[in-house]
Design a protein around this ligand. Structure first.
Ligand code: SAH
Ligand code: SF4
Length: 365
């Protein structure tokens, strides 16, 4: 292996076929390598025993099967596991495994930091450094799957959610490559319903996603009107609610998915008033929509407070009475800062905050 070696982790079937043909090999070699890499999660070409000896040597010399380096792993009291992974230049991203009764959900990162600067999010406060490539995204899944299998974990990765660090739709091409590998029967073979992309609302990219991949879509709404959403999710100033929601309904229609999940972080005294619930119900009733209420997870430097359980229940009741399916997301892994919005990793911010809002660093200085 050399630095120049091409990393085959994250390569789709089409790309691997192209690479093998360019090497003068038969395209079906791609399928063989995919089985080793993605199904058996074997990373040593010498162990890929149905390849010819000569090809194994060539792969050893010129290709790489490289996973992100694990800097730390932590296990929460509730079984949640968080990996901190090296992202170069002293930076780190985070990946979280959430075991549930009948499934195992892996929450993956798509960027080193995030440029969207949502006011209630630890990743947003860290700023943005760079996009991950498809190998770094798929690498998180292989790494977790290997470690879970090695410790004989009863639940493997059955679902992948792009809800870790970063705005996945701001990194569309690598995201689509990764989704391709996750859903390819010769690779991970996850059904499209089991892969969820969560976005803060990049409307043009929602349209592109609809054309390219029929995965489950989650949208971070967090407010029922533009004034409040502009404050919480600054990208709303570019793509307001009246533009975002029609793009969501179009997504459902085009992709033939059941609905869009709207995420709504419950911030005490900010967006949790029952009048907000009624407004939200008016936006979503009779639409292919469901709502996930997320109790706010605090992080160092955050000014918000979590809504009371009673307030969350009352908020949910209003939506349910309007016929909008609503669940309250259980907080998982918060004792190791692995819950929604707590992932901070280590990010060397390279951009000034977009749209004029201040990052935590700026506020502290
Ligand atoms: N960038 C994408 C996906 C990652 S965040 C997005 O914003 O959708 C996954 C979810 O956690 C989003 O709905 C996000 O708004 C929410 N979240 C962010 N910070 C949070 C916090 N401190 N507490 C609870 N949820 C939070
Ligand atoms: Fe980025 Fe999502 Fe956090 Fe907003 S909530 S800053 S889009 S990671």
């Amino acid at each position: 292996m050399t630095d120049a070696a091409v990393n085959l982790v994250g390569k789709s079937r089409t790309e691997l076929e192209r690479l093998f043909v360019a090497m003068g090999e038969k395209p079906f070699r791609a399928r063989q390598v995919m089985r080793w890499l993605y199904t058996r999660r074997v990373l040593d070409p010498q162990a890929m025993t149905d390849l010819s000896l000569a090809l194994r040597e060539r792969l050893t010399a010129s290709a790489d099967f490289r996973l992100p380096e694990v800097l730390a792993r932590e296990r929460a009291a509730d079984g949640v596991i968080k990996w901190q992974l090296a992202a170069g230049h002293g930076q780190a991203i985070e990946t979280v495994f959430i075991p549930e009764d009948s499934r195992g959900t892996l929450c993956v990162s798509s960027q080193v930091g995030c440029a969207m600067n949502c006011s209630f999010c630890a990743t947003g406060h860290q700023g943005f450094n760079r996009n991950l490539d498809a190998g770094e995204i798929v690498g998180q899944v292989i790494l977790a799957a290997r470690e879970l299998a090695a410790e004989d974990h009863e639940r493997a990765v059955t679902n992948v959610v792009f809800m870790g660090m970063g705005e996945p739709l701001a990194n569309l091409r690598p995201l689509l490559e990764a989704v391709d590998v996750l859903t390819d029967d010769l690779a991970f073979g996850l059904s499209r319903r089991r892969v969820t992309v969560s976005t803060s609302g990049l409307v043009p990219q929602i349209r592109k996603l609809a054309d390219a991949a029929r995965v489950a879509l989650a949208v971070s709404l967090h407010a029922p009107d533009d004034d409040l959403r502009n404050e919480l999710v600054p990208i709303n100033r570019r793509h307001p609610i009246a533009e975002l929601l029609p793009a969501c309904w179009e997504y459902v229609r085009k992709t033939n998915t059941k609905d869009v999940t709207f995420e709504y972080v419950m911030l005490q005294g900010v967006n949790d008033d029952l009048s907000h619930a009624r407004k939200l119900a008016r936006l979503l009733r009779n639409r292919p929509a469901k709502v996930n209420l997320i109790p706010f997870n605090p992080f160092p430097g955050s000014d918000y407070r979590r809504s009371s359980a009673a307030q969350v229940d009352a908020f949910r009741d209003i939506l349910m009475r309007a016929g909008v399916m609503t669940i309250t997301r259980r907080t998982r892994g918060d004792d190791i800062a692995a819950a929604c919005g707590q992932l901070a990793g280590r990010v060397n911010n390279r951009v000034s905050a977009p749209l004029g809002s201040k990052t935590l660093g700026e506020r502290l200085s």
